[in-house]
Design a protein around this ligand. Sequence first.
Ligand SMILES: [Zn+2]
Ligand SMILES: [Zn+2]
Length: 254
Amino acid sequence: MLGQQHVDSVANLRTTSFQEAQVAQTLLTFDHHQSRQVVVRMKKFNLNLKNQNYFPTFNNLPEDDDLDLRYYDDPHNMGRYGPTKHWCLLGEIVQPIPYFRPMLRVRDKVGKEFLLAFYLDSDQGIPKDMLRHMKPGNTISVMYADAHNFSDGQHGIRLEDSDVERVKVYPCTLESFLSLGTRVDAMLSDKNCSSCGSPAPLQCSGCTIRYCNQECQRKHWSSQHKKECLAVKQIADWKGRNWARFGVKDSYWI
Ligand SMILES: [Zn+2]
Ligand SMILES: [Zn+2]
């Protein structure tokens, strides 16, 4: 069956270029209507946080005043451009900038620093638990980020009230976040205690990793897991999604 071959190639896909991402998208769109098995297979989409297509560096983001065909397409030639894939900017907060509006200096995974500025109607615009983590050394993610030329000549990211829900902050470094990307599967499939390896009936309510008892969980939380839990939960969620496809049913993930 034609479909089966496509399904297997998609399941094993490690997308390394935008062209490949586009091929994957076409195949998945086609196969989606063929059988339920495809939907199951799609959950194994092989997400790599170092993939440039889905986790671009700041310099590779689309500009907010320009149409970047690596990100957008007009599939029906109707003059209506939409995203062709999902993407997320990952960065580490270098420092908050004291100013009348919330602003951060952020560094991406290749060391490029840029300004991230919130243009909000009120101070309540940023949720408290996010604000709490907006500290140097913590990781920030912005889904569907685009770059903006500020009037003072700086190049950065401008976010308004409606954009805040695309932003998340995690209490760990970018290096830890990226390394969790390769460890999350093993952490979540381990049936034993994440701290001591004993049989583990309990689960973390945040990310579902397992523990033998509350004492072990408490110790692990203060020594390590409080820095990782949010990231583990987020990465696990991303791994269950198909980044190569941006369709009607799986539009913006916010
Ligand atoms: Zn234990
Ligand atoms: Zn957890």
